[in-house]
Design a protein around this ligand. Structure first.
Ligand SMILES: [Zn+2]
Length: 145
């Protein structure tokens, strides 16, 4: 274990060491449990498991904490599409813009739809990291007093 590894609690409340920030985010991006990296975050395409099947890490409650990240990443992807439209969908380049706009709108739908579970997995990993750091600080404060 590395010095910057996180300490979290398992389902019985026992301290469990987990991986560093980079590994935890990578696990989320690969739709794996942020705590152990073994269990799946999702039971179906975009339905979050209640808990990790391997380590029991609570996943379902983190689903509700993901909305801000999901909103911001959707806005970011939309911004990229709008930028693309401003750069390339000009009347002087493409004479009939409407079919191109329809293609771009469909591409946006596919982009947002296909990246959804990966973005949500990353959001759950970030939520896990924030909770881990918070618990770590709370434990540190309790030890000082
Ligand atoms: Zn797990």
């Amino acid at each position: 274990m590395k010095a910057n590894d996180l300490v979290t609690k398992d389902s019985e409340g026992l301290a469990v060491r987990t991986a560093d920030i980079k590994t935890t985010l990578s696990r989320g991006l690969h739709k794996r449990c942020p705590q152990c990296g073994v269990g799946n975050i999702f039971e179906k395409w975009n339905r979050v498991n209640a808990a990790c099947s391997h380590c029991g890490c609570d996943l379902q409650t983190r689903d509700g904490d993901c909305w801000a990240f999901m909103y911001l990443t959707t806005a970011f992807l939309t911004g990229i599409i709008i930028l693309f439209m401003f750069l390339f969908l000009r009347a002087d380049i493409i004479p009939n813009i409407l079919p191109a706009q329809i293609v771009i709108a469909l591409a946006w739908l596919v982009l947002v739809f296909l990246t959804l579970p990966y973005r949500k997995g990353l959001a759950i990993a970030i939520d896990f990291l924030i909770d881990s750091r918070f618990e770590e600080n709370a434990a540190g404060q309790a030890n000082k007093s």
